[in-house]
Design a protein around this ligand. Structure first.
Ligand SMILES: [Fe+2]
Length: 202
């Protein structure tokens, strides 16, 4: 006998698969994902389990993400990102893009300071990108931030422990993403976060 257990995560995966099956337009699909992620973030078991998630530690110029789930058909992933109050993430606000993928960023605990940038040069020099800040805001629980393909941004936990659940259209780590230094206009590419398989619920 197969015993089927439903929890907030299995429900989220089922809802997301249904939404992906029914909405092929990526922009509409990802806008529709906002309330689905908010429901996952409001689940008491997810909240309680997140206290046991290990801290993510940047290494060799790459961030770390917890990998909770990767969908075998639609390729979307559920990532976790836990930043300790005094981790090396604090103050290190690397400006970057996520290449071709969509990212829905939901804060579960703490706050994140998010900066958005606009590119103002013509892209003719491969090592140069002139960018200027276009927006900045603190986001906390109850807010989800949608980062579209190639959008330039930075996130900083500003010395507070923060926990986020992130839904991405594809697993990062194996493709190059853009990195930007607004002080020098330098542009280069690097691989995204290493992925650490972790149990989401405990
Ligand atoms: Fe990012």
């Amino acid at each position: 006998m197969v015993v089927k257990t439903e929890n907030a995560v299995t429900k989220f995966i089922a809802q997301t698969r249904e939404l992906f099956a029914g909405e092929p337009d990526p922009e509409k699909r990802w806008e529709s994902m906002r309330p689905v992620l908010l429901e996952l973030l409001s689940d008491p078991q997810v909240m309680e389990s997140s206290k046991n998630w290990p801290d993510c530690v940047p290494q060799d110029g790459r961030a770390e993400n917890l990998l909770f789930y990767e969908d075998p058909d639609y390729n979307f992933v559920i990532n976790g990102l836990t930043k300790a109050a005094n981790s090396r993430y604090d103050g290190v606000s690397q400006v970057h893009d996520h290449a071709h993928i969509y990212t829905l960023y939901g804060v579960l605990d703490g706050t994140e300071y998010i900066e958005r940038y606009k590119r103002t040069d013509d892209g003719s020099d491969p090592d140069v990108a002139v960018i200027e800040q276009s927006a900045n805001d603190f986001v906390g629980p109850g807010v989800v931030d949608l980062v579209r393909p190639w959008e330039i941004h930075a996130e900083n936990n500003k010395g507070v422990r923060s926990v986020a659940v992130i839904i991405r259209s594809e697993k990062q780590g194996a493709f190059l993403q853009g990195r930007f230094d607004p002080a020098t206009n330098k542009y280069w590419q690097g691989y995204g976060p290493r992925q650490t398989p972790t149990e989401m619920l405990s």
